[in-house]
Each structure stands twice: as C-alpha cells, then as structure tokens.
Design a protein around this ligand. Sequence first.
Ligand code: NDP
Length: 433
Amino acid sequence: IEQNPGEAEFHQALREVMESIRVVVEENEEEYKKNALLERLANPERQIKFRVPWVDDNGQVQVNTGYRVQFNSAIGPYKGGLRFHSSVNIGIIKFLGFEQIFKNSLTGLPIGGGKGGSNFDPKGKSDREVMAFCQSFMTELYRHIGADTDVPAGDIGVGAREVGFLFGQYKRLSNLYEGVLTGKGLTFGGSLTRTEATGYGLLYFTNAMLKANDIDIAGKTIAVSGAGNVAIYAIEKAQQLGGKPVTCSDSTGWIYDSEGIDVELLKEIKEVKRERLTAYAKARESAEYHEGKGVWTVKCDIALPCATQNELQLEDAKSLVENGVLAVAEGANMPTTIEATEYLQENDVLFAPGKASNAGGVATSALEMAQNSQRLSWTFEEVDAKLQNIMENIFANAAAAAEEYGLDKNYVAGANIAGFKKVVEAMNAQGIV
Ligand code: NDP
C-alpha cells in the first residue's frame, strides 16, 4: 500500500481478499513468506500506460490516457475487459485486474487476470469520434496483446461497437485474424450468448445460492441497479425464472416500475437509441423516474447491484435489511463496500460476491476464445448450457471452500479461497517468476 499511494479501490480489493484468505495463509505461512507469494500476487506482472490522441468532430485534438494492467498469467493468457469511463485511473484498473485473477481462476478455464481502459467516455460522442479514439487506443495496445498473450473484452463503456472498432484496427496493424478480443460481433468470431452471459450467469449463480438455502426465486421482487449490459440481461433472466425486477438505474437517476421492468423497451432505449432512462419513464405509464440514487430504498427480496463499484453503501445495506431483503448478489465488480457487505452478512442476508457471481461474462469469453481457436461456432443452447454449468460449479466450489474452513455460507471467503488456492499452486509450480 505504501508503494502505491492513491489507489483507493485497489487497496480496498486487496484488503478484502487478504482478509478472507487469512485462514489459508496461516496454514502455509512459512512457505508463502519465503517465496514472497502474497507480494508477488499483489504486484502486476506488467503495467502499461499510454497517450491516446484523437481528433474530435470540430477538428480539435483530444488526449486521453490508456492503460493495460497484465496482472497474473499463472493459469493462462491475461484476460479481462477494457473500461472507457471518465472516472478511470490506475487504481481502478488495478482493482479490477486483481479481482479478475480470482474470478478467472474460479471459472475453471485457462485464463489469467488483466484489465485495461481509458478515461475516455463514449457517452454523447459520435460514431466517428468513438472510432477515432478506438483506433488510436489500439495503435499502442496492439503490440502488447495477442490470442495467446492477452485477450481484452468489454466492460463499462465498451460494448459491441467499441470491440468492433478495436478488432478492426488490431487486424490492420498486426495482419492477423485471431481471437485477440472477445465480445466480438457474431459475423466476425463472436460467440452466441456472450451479450447475455454476465446477466444470465448472475441469475444462474443467484438461483443456485437461493436453492441451496431453500428459497424459490419465483414471485420474488428484485431491485436491480444499472441499465447497461449486465443489468439488462440480469433483468431478462430474472423474469424468465419467474422473478419480478422492478427497478433499474443509470448515473443520473433511476426507475421504479410497479408492473415490473419492460425489458424489450429498456433494450430499445439503451442498446438501440442510446438514450437516458427518462425516455423509459416517458414511454411507460407504470414507471416513475427519480433523479439521483435510490434503488436500494425500494422494498425487495433480492438486490442485484449491476452498475459500478461502491454503489451499495452501509446506509443502503441498512435500508435493504429493514425492508426484509433475503439475498444480495453482485453483478458489477465490487459494488458493495466492505462495511455494507459485513452488515448484510451479520444480518443473515445471503451475499454473492461479484468475482463469483458475475464470472459468467469472462467464462463465456473464454468459450469464445475456444471457438476462435477451433474456427467453429457453437449454438446458443450449447454455450448457454455450458454457462449454466460453470456458474453452478462456481457456486458449489465457493460453498465447499467456505465450509472446509468453518465459514459456512460465507461465499465471499469461499470464492476468494477457492480462486486463490488454484492460482497459488500454479505460481508455485512455475518457480520464482
Ligand atoms: P455498461 O456500460 O453497459 O453499463 C453500466 C451501467 O452502470 C450504466 O447504466 C451506467 O449508467 C451505470 N454506471 C456506470 N458508472 C456509474 C457510476 N459511476 N454511477 C452510477 N451509475 C453508473 O457496463 P456493464 O453493464 O458492462 O458493467 C456494469 C458492471 O458490471 C461494471 O462494474 C463491470 O465491471 C461489471 N462487469 C461487466 C461484465 C460484462 O460482461 N459486461 C462482466 C463482469 C463484470 P450511465 O449510462 O449513466 O453511465
């Protein structure tokens, strides 16, 4: 922490993981100390920071900062998304990259951990401006990545449009047609189910957790935050399973829809028209629009934070508990603060940590890599069935690891321990690197 001041989110993620693997560390203290295992784990293998100049529609040159943190390649090529958002800095990319190591390990697939992005915000930019930015970003990044080295994907602000522009520029510069990015369009190597994967996966995990605790998801009221890729498909799958999602949000306001969210309307507004949620409220009589934060004040049985880090804080946790919430499952990365997580757990709320419950996105990305290597495309049903199986296994492994260490139902600790053990074993076997 002293060596990397000012990286608040990274320190938060580090603290959370280190705290919950304490039981494993104590068992192996001497060996870990001698091999500086935790120090190596907390230091990225490589960190790349670069200038991204581009020209806006007024002919003005703009300059953003690009990042790629190649955190850990013990179990496979670096894998993790790119985030384009004005809040991006090195601390955020490192927190996401660090979490990614354990998440990817939990999937059971051969992928290491990495993350990247830029403080560029695609919101309100023309397609030409987004393309100019993506081409400039890739002009530096392409020399550091590759299908067997590092395979980026989308994240906040990086969807199918951005991945397409990035892939086009990579191909042009490298003269290689390879699976160097995931989340690609279906006409150029993308996988069916990838768009739905994180949201669907979140619900497969949540459903497994609820079932293990004798709770039926059918008929339950669900509060969801966010209105992006994860939130939309979490809402869709929750409805398919018989639940009733009644909220969604963006960074300016939130929707309460007493009839349940109309997911087709939400898709049209967010994915096609790229409009704000005010447009949803205008188009639907049963919906109310509220400025600012407030999703967690709604009475619900299940809460699914699917927007961004630290969006569910202690006062939100208190309000959820007061309203009788049964389970909180993270669709976003680290959306719940440490204090809020502890408060929920102390009040017997089932809690699914993002690195386990949102792993469906990266798991399906790894399936996209497998299809690209085979030069084949699997059907939607095939990928969806594999996704469901992976999520149920992640739940079973996290639950078993928690139980093994006497931390029954503490899925945060279980996920961290299960993810950590595999990475550490692989690191040890590969010597001091
Ligand atoms: P999108 O860009 O598609 O959507 C993000 C949503 O969250 C938007 O509604 C956005 O609102 C809102 N949001 C973003 N930043 C903030 C903020 N600072 N305050 C309030 N609301 C905010 O991103 P995704 O849905 O892909 O990602 C959401 C979360 O899920 C992130 O934490 C991401 O890391 C995580 N995740 C995503 C995966 C994926 O496959 N996409 C995989 C695993 C995790 P607005 O439009 O107003 O900015």
